[in-house]
Design a protein around this ligand. Sequence first.
Ligand SMILES: *Cc1c(COP(=O)(O)O)cnc(C)c1O
Length: 356
Amino acid sequence: MKLFIPGPVTVRQDVLNEMAKQMIGHRTKDASKLQKDITEKMQKIFGTKNQVLLSTSSGSGLMEGAIRSCTLKRAACFAIGDFGEKWYKMAINNNTPADLFKSELGDITTPEQVDEVLKTGKYDLITVTGNETTTGIANPIKEIGEIVKKYDDVIFCVDYVSSAGGVKIDADDFGVDIAITSSQKSLGLPPGLAFCTFSPKAEDRAKKVENRGSYFDLLNLKSFIDKKDNQYPTTPALSLMYAANFQLDYILNEQTLEKRIQNHKDMANLVRTWAKKHFDLFATEEKYASNTVTCIKNTKNIDVANLIKELKKQDILLGNGYGDLKDKTFRIAHMADFNIDDMQDLLNRIDNILGF
Ligand SMILES: *Cc1c(COP(=O)(O)O)cnc(C)c1O
């Protein structure tokens, strides 16, 4: 099966092979080195000098940990789709005071909107979706960051789960305190590992928050790795870490991050051009369309379920629209280690099925 869904993605065989290696003790120097190596490589993916924390969980774990560990007063959660709303629900389920600010589906979170909300002085943490997988939209994080910088006491958290490793991120430059991602999307790894940046400002904040939970207490993770040479409080997913270390070497040294980002742009352009020719983009403004996943408006009212069924017969998995957008949209992910040829082949197959 070739997976054109927005995660999990098809993983290269040599990456999978890394996971078959024998275990090491998680309290050994080898474990410290492995975790330190991954951390330093992920700093390049995120564009940060801050500490990167690893988590044996999917990305949602760190999203929950971030909002719970670092909200003292109240969190403002900006949503442009389901994943943005999920962050708000995590806050509520943890008794963390929060308000939800939704944009129309297809639109972005605007810097002006963020300014209006922060001006009230009610909030000391915000969550923004870097790349909303359900609508195929990338928010203007740099521009939003310019606004957030005016508010000294606000912690800026960004969900880059479906784009880190496929797009350029300059977390420090953008003023992002906690940037989060998962292994199974643009990084091209199996699911089960998550990564986040943790700024000194976020760390200071967490010290003031009383009930930070335990497994996803970001301050506890940070304090532990500081004291224990990059080791973690609980047993980490070593197999996934072998794979991550190997894949990050490939991305940074063999492929280079620049070429990987360009490859994502090229794939996105190909799919968007095709989508506009036959359908329409779900994104209201094309300049905010995501470079890792395209959400296509089903303007021809095709039978999406049937298209997915026909592709499955050819060992290809494609994504329907998410939640309320099912059948009204469908999604083509162009992330991780696919290239232009993979995307062209997929589009040709869709053309054949739909008689284009
Ligand atoms: C997939 C996804 C998540 C959830 O990540 P998990 O690793 O499944 O927990 C969150 N946000 C976005 C934008 C996603 O695409």
